[in-house]
Design a protein around this ligand. Structure first.
Ligand SMILES: Nc1nc2c(ncn2[C@@H]2O[C@H](COP(=O)(O)OP(=O)(O)OP(=O)(O)O)[C@@H](O)[C@H]2O)c(=O)[nH]1
Ligand SMILES: [Zn+2]
Length: 344
């Protein structure tokens, strides 16, 4: 049967995360999963990309410059059958780790993750998928025009980032087409780093500074110029630049796999298949945590306060409204409430 096989990854389900559903063992008998002893010979690497049950793993990175790094292809051990292994994961591999043509290693462990970027399948769906592990920054790419930027969409990316504890950076492309000032006014209340980019000026140096040493996941809707940007930063990435097909009306055929590229002593993770996030899993507390000034005041809110407009006795609304944090405070409250509204 297929579930006995090590490499029968299953299309859509490959991002499903079952870890959270592990149940306690009420009978106290032996756990069902047999943990193989140690795998003392395992080596650790980074998952660069995942494709139908095959993982491309880079060995030797971050080990020191005396170790030569190389890529290998791996499958996952049966005991990890029910866990998602995603781009950005640090994993322990055994078996043929030579990376030679035709060789296949085996992933036996996933190292603890620092962050997890998730999405619900959609807002009403409880099924969560992990998109990327261990990213500490999110580059939100949005065009100043063509396609017209939508603040609500950026709000959703921001919510996903804040929820995951990932620092967002906003990159506005196509500034040669129009001035993004009006659009940017939507985010004035956020402490958000903004970078602009146009055909005449790619902000390579600025991004090199911002991304140095970080693992940055790049997100954005189709056509915003994300591939153009990634190619400018990482010429070897060679991402296909899209053009809508006049006959079919659909975009070109793209790979949907999430891929890592080296940039500035760090990593850019491109997520071509990810256009939006279901936010069904997001917790208000996680969003609030990113607004430290508001979070402090919210400690005095009534239990269960939603902080949304009209919430009775909401301390944030009352005190920020009364000017406790000045004008910027009011802007921040607006932004915060707008982000919360995108969860509703
Ligand atoms: N005017 C202008 N056009 C741009 C800019 N950046 C990209 N484009 C164009 O916008 C179109 C879409 O660019 P892509 O880089 O494919 O966009 P993408 O976000 O990767 O879209 P997908 O590949 O569908 O995910 C292409 O025709 C690019 O040439 C820019 O800064 N200014
Ligand atoms: Zn409140």
């Amino acid at each position: 049967m297929s579930w006995l096989s090590d490499d029968d990854d299953d299309g859509d389900d490959k991002y499903a995360d079952y870890e959270a559903r592990a149940r306690p063992n009420p009978k106290g008998n032996k756990p069902r999963t047999k943990i193989r002893p140690e795998h003392g010979d395992a080596v650790t690497g980074r998952v660069l990309t995942v494709d139908r049950g095959r993982y491309t793993v880079l060995l030797g990175d971050e080990v020191g410059d005396t170790v030569e790094e190389h890529e290998l292809t791996a499958t996952r051990a049966r005991e990890l059958r029910r866990q998602a292994i995603v781009t950005g994961d640090r994993v322990d591999v055994v078996g043929d780790t030579s990376g030679d043509e035709g060789s296949l290693a085996r992933i036996v462990r996933i190292q603890p993750r620092t962050t997890v970027l998730r999405r619900s399948a959609d807002d009403s769906d409880e099924v969560e998928r992990i998109i990327v592990a261990n990213a500490d920054q999110m580059l939100i790419v949005v065009a100043a025009a063509d396609p017209e930027p939508r603040p609500r969409l950026v709000d959703r990316y921001l919510v996903a980032a804040y929820d995951a504890g990932i620092e967002p950076i906003l990159c506005i492309t196509k500034t040669d087409l129009t001035d993004p000032a009006e659009f940017l006014a939507n985010f004035a209340g956020l402490d958000l780093t903004v970078v602009t980019s146009g055909l005449d000026a790619t902000p390579t140096e600025r991004l090199r500074e911002l991304l140095r040493g970080h693992t940055t996941v790049a997100v954005g809707h189709s056509g915003v110029g994300k591939s153009t940007l990634v190619n400018a930063l990482v010429p070897s990435a060679n991402r296909a630049i899209g053009r809508v097909n006049d006959v079919t009306g659909r975009g070109r055929h793209t790979s949907s796999s999430t891929v890592s590229y080296r940039f500035a002593d760090g990593w850019i993770i491109d997520t071509p298949g990810v256009r939006s996030f279901g936010l069904g899993h997001v917790k208000v507390e996680n969003i609030l945590r990113s607004f430290t000034d508001l979070a402090e005041i919210a400690e005095d809110c009534p239990r269960g306060c939603t902080h949304l407009p009209g919430s009775p006795d909401c301390e944030i609304i009352d005190r920020v409204g009364a000017g406790e944090l000045g004008d910027i405070g009011r802007q921040r409250l607006d932004s915060f409430q707008r982000l919360l509204a995108s969860l509703a």
